[in-house]
Design a protein around this ligand. Structure first.
Ligand SMILES: Cc1cc2nc3c(=O)[nH]c(=O)nc-3n(C[C@H](O)[C@H](O)[C@H](O)COP(=O)(O)OP(=O)(O)OC[C@H]3O[C@@H](n4cnc5c(N)ncnc54)[C@H](O)[C@@H]3O)c2cc1C
Ligand code: SF4
Length: 453
């Protein structure tokens, strides 16, 4: 284990945020990376528990070997630590930035948990910096061809593993850049786009082919030995009033940051209302503030979560407690108040405003109507599954939840057709999409008659 007394001597320290006033001026990384001695001290806190919940089903979906690489990091054996991390984690530079760190919530140290996410990020960024991360080109090819539809985390993880197993992989993506929601969805300050492009270039050097600006159709079923549908689940929940969908707004914002131009949809000079109190809504708040909105509020239908865990939500489960994320902190700094208004929804649009109403459960409470200034309403009210058109084009039938989940719970839809990621499970997390993509890749490999190349 790390240092037997480390967890008693060293306090938890996450990579701190840049202060609000500075970070609101740009779309650069939110966090300040910490030097080697800090990360080593943090790694020394791992207790190497007899039952490491951090890497169990309660914790990391990739089952990362967390106690092992924390121990190696503590001992200054960074390169070996990175090698242990890469056994299970395909892209730690993504999870090290955007993962909600399920492992930390399952850590025996509870609120004083290890800083696994930051340690993971430190290891991979050190690896890139020192030239340890090089293209890993398979020494033998199987001669089998696989098409992966969609280049989000699920598609990238599927392609990465199949390529390592020796298959010839082509990723087909309709957008102009690869990455799915890693590129167009998650804002630049959470995940700089150069980080996504660096990985795509590495995968290309390893032999994965990317076809961008290309809509995949059923013709590829006869062209390739196997096809993995990883098209995501971005179909937004529609409200009774019209607004701009969060992903469209965030995509436009990222395109503007990348091209240095004005966004097609901008919050500049506007009163913004975000409908939806979750993580996507928070990203909209942070983006609107950076674009120079006049004001921003976030409406949430549900009551505010409790500050502490309730008895029905014990450790090591994910804590369903109140979290104040970076965008909400920035709104607090700029406006002096948390932007979230709970148990409230939008009732109708008015010129330059909206009418809201308070809810009891899902029922409006008469007499609680309120008018809020609004020039731009962003809808971040969740997702209801994948695009039926893509599913239908491939002759696949969606479940009631709008997903392509095979009846037996596998990844195999029929003949040479497979599914993975949000398209199979519904909108989830990057780390879950990665784990699902890797599981799909193994199923495809076995179906192709696979022995490791
Ligand atoms: C705004 C936002 C912020 C988020 N922030 C976080 C976060 O901080 N942390 C976290 O863990 N998770 C976050 N998530 C969730 C996470 O991004 C998703 O769970 C994850 O990206 C799903 O990966 P995926 O590969 O299944 O699908 P996606 O990332 O959605 O990728 C699917 C890709 O398939 C392409 N595609 C679809 N159909 C076709 C077709 N017919 N032909 C060609 N291409 C096609 C699409 O263009 C897209 O690029 C966020 C989600 C959103 C919306
Ligand atoms: S991927 Fe997420 S859950 Fe897994 S070790 Fe990293 S931060 Fe923890």
């Amino acid at each position: 284990m790390g240092k037997p007394t480390g967890f008693m001597e060293v306090a938890r320290m996450e990579n701190p945020y840049r202060d609000e006033a500075t970070r609101l001026r740009d779309f650069e990384d939110l966090h300040i990376a910490q030097p080697t001695d800090v990360r080593q001290a943090q790694a020394s806190r791992c207790m190497n528990c007899g039952v490491p919940f951090c890497q169990s089903d309660f914790g990391c979906p990739l089952h990362n070997l967390i106690p092992e690489w924390n121990d190696l990091l503590y001992r200054g054996r960074e390169r070996e630590a990175l090698e242990r991390l890469l056994v299970t984690a395909p892209f730690p530079e993504f999870t090290g930035r955007v993962c909600p760190a399920l492992c930390e919530k399952a850590c025996n140290l509870e609120s004083e948990a290890l800083t696994n996410r930051d340690n993971e990020l430190y290891l991979i960024e050190t690896g890139f910096e020192k030239g340890w991360v090089q293209p890993r080109i398979p020494c033998k090819r199987t001669g089998r061809r696989v098409a992966v539809v969609g280049s989000g985390p699920a598609g990238l993880a599927t392609a990465d593993l199949l390529n390592r197993l020796g298959h010839a992989v082509t990723v087909i993506e309709r957008a102009d850049r690869a990455g799915g929601l890693l590129m167009y969805g998650i804002p630049s300050m959470k995940l700089p786009k150069a980080v996504v492009e660096r990985r795509i270039q590495l995968m290309e050097a390893e032999g994965v082919r990317f076809l961008l600006n290309t809509e995949a159709g059923p013709g590829i079923l006869s062209e390739y030995d196997a096809v993995a549908l990883c098209g995501g689940a971005k179909k937004p929940r529609v409200l009774n009033v019209e607004g701009v969908f969060a992903v469209d707004y965030l995509t436009a914002a990222t395109k503007a940051v990348l091209s240095g131009s004005e966004p097609v949809i901008s919050a500049r000079g506007k009163n913004v209302v975000v409908v939806g109190g979750g993580d996507t809504g928070n990203d909209c708040v942070g983006t609107a503030l950076r674009q120079g909105c006049v004001s921003v509020v976030q409406l949430e239908m549900m009551p505010a979560p409790p500050v502490d865990r309730l008895p029905g939500n014990p450790w090591p489960e994910w804590p369903r407690t109140l979290r104040t994320d970076y965008g909400q902190l920035e709104a607090l700094h700029r406006q002096g108040a948390d932007p979230r208004i709970y148990e409230t929804t939008v009732r109708r649009l008015l010129p330059g405003a909206i009418e809201t109403v308070k809810l009891r459960g899902f029922d409006p409470i008469p007499g609680t109507e309120q008018v809020l200034p609004c020039d731009l309403m962003l809808i971040a009210a969740g997702f209801v599954g994948c695009e039926e058109s893509t599913a239908a084009a491939f002759g696949a039938k969606c479940t009631q939840r709008g997903t392509l989940m095979p009846e037996d719970g596998s990844h195999h839809l029929r003949e040479n057709l497979f599914s993975a990621g949000d398209m199979r499970t519904g909108q989830s997390l990057v780390v879950r999409a990665l784990a699902d993509g890797r599981a799909a890749a193994m199923e495809i490999h076995n179906w192709l008659g696979g022995k490791e190349a």
